[in-house]
Design a binder for this molecule. Sequence first.
Ligand code: GLY
Length: 421
Amino acid sequence: MKILLLGSGAREHALARALSRDPETTELVVAPGNPGTAQIATNLFIDPNSPDEVVTLAREMGADLVVVGPEAPLVAGVADALRQADIAVFGPSKAAARLEGSKAFAKEVMASAHVPTASARIVTSPDQLEQALDEFGAPYVVKEDGLAAGKGVVVTSDRDAALKHGLACLEREGGAVVVEDYLDGPEASVFCVCDGRTVRALSPAQDFKRIGDGDAGPNTGGMGSYTPLPWAPDDLGQQVIEQVAQPVVDEMARRGTPFIGLLYCGLALTSKGMRVVEFNVRFGDPETQAVLARLDSSLPQLLHAAAVGHLDQVAEPRWSDKAAVDVVISAAGYPSTPTTGDVITGIEQAEADPDVHVLHAGTARNDDNELVTAGGRVLSVVALGEDVAAARAKAYAAVSKIKFDGAYHRSDIAAPAYVER
Ligand code: GLY
């Protein structure tokens, strides 16, 4: 199978690794990719958000499957253009991608499909915003109604901070804000592979969104993850299919906008039962790095079957008995103003342990062909172990071998306090 993968982060490096290791894959092109994907695939520099450029490249290479990593190409209509050109694509149409792009749309679909979610108000004026904050009370959950790459959400007990974030969102053109109930249980991410009708759940994971230990500081794109979740029910994946993903997939099909791709179900497992916190329409970052480390069955087969509507003919994904932990190393100044250009060393030493692999995100080659930092989240260090504690110990041992000026990581990813609930 010839595969074109779009994107350039650690999530895409994880996808590229899983795709390239499978004998089904005969050719793998990543566009634009990163220095990590360059080691296992062919990187080609095109604009992944341009439907024309993507269709042209897919045609030129005779791609049997295009896998879309980030949400931006989906919102730009790349999957629609590929389907029109009769090219199999794993990723939803622009219309179906609204499940991530518009929180209000997602809420409306969930209401129609009777999916349990936090109650919420959509507000479009400062007065409504103040009213909603007072109605729900602290802690406040204020979300921008639009694409914010996971960074448009503020959760705070400080009413002034909640109001400030809400007002800033309203000031943007066409601004709308969603104010929600606070959910009391731990969060889980369950990725559901969908072909428009059939749904398969992947191994549940948890991510760590805040920059600091103990979940302190601002939200980031994600500082680490682990899977499976020892504290969650064994049948969590099945519960998510039954209560969330299948009803949403059925509702999207009923509306004539079938969901084909990855429905990322961000959940809170509350004292009142499962609640959807958010949907994303693509693999999550950094959960994907840990989830795919445990996948023992064929990723190309699974994604191709979803793309062509034959998911019911593919067996359930198989998982390693081991646990996986992913620790993100970020650059100094992240998430506001990360420094770049610092030389990175120690990846080979970190990977000396066969249970460890290092995935690239914000890296580049300088004029001397040295690996340097080039973004906020620089690397994802992924380790497998007999259980979460063993995987965690291996991940942190590997992290300690990687050096660059200002390197930062959380020291409590998958710590017992989170895992032994
Ligand atoms: N893990 C959060 C996200 O992918 O948006």
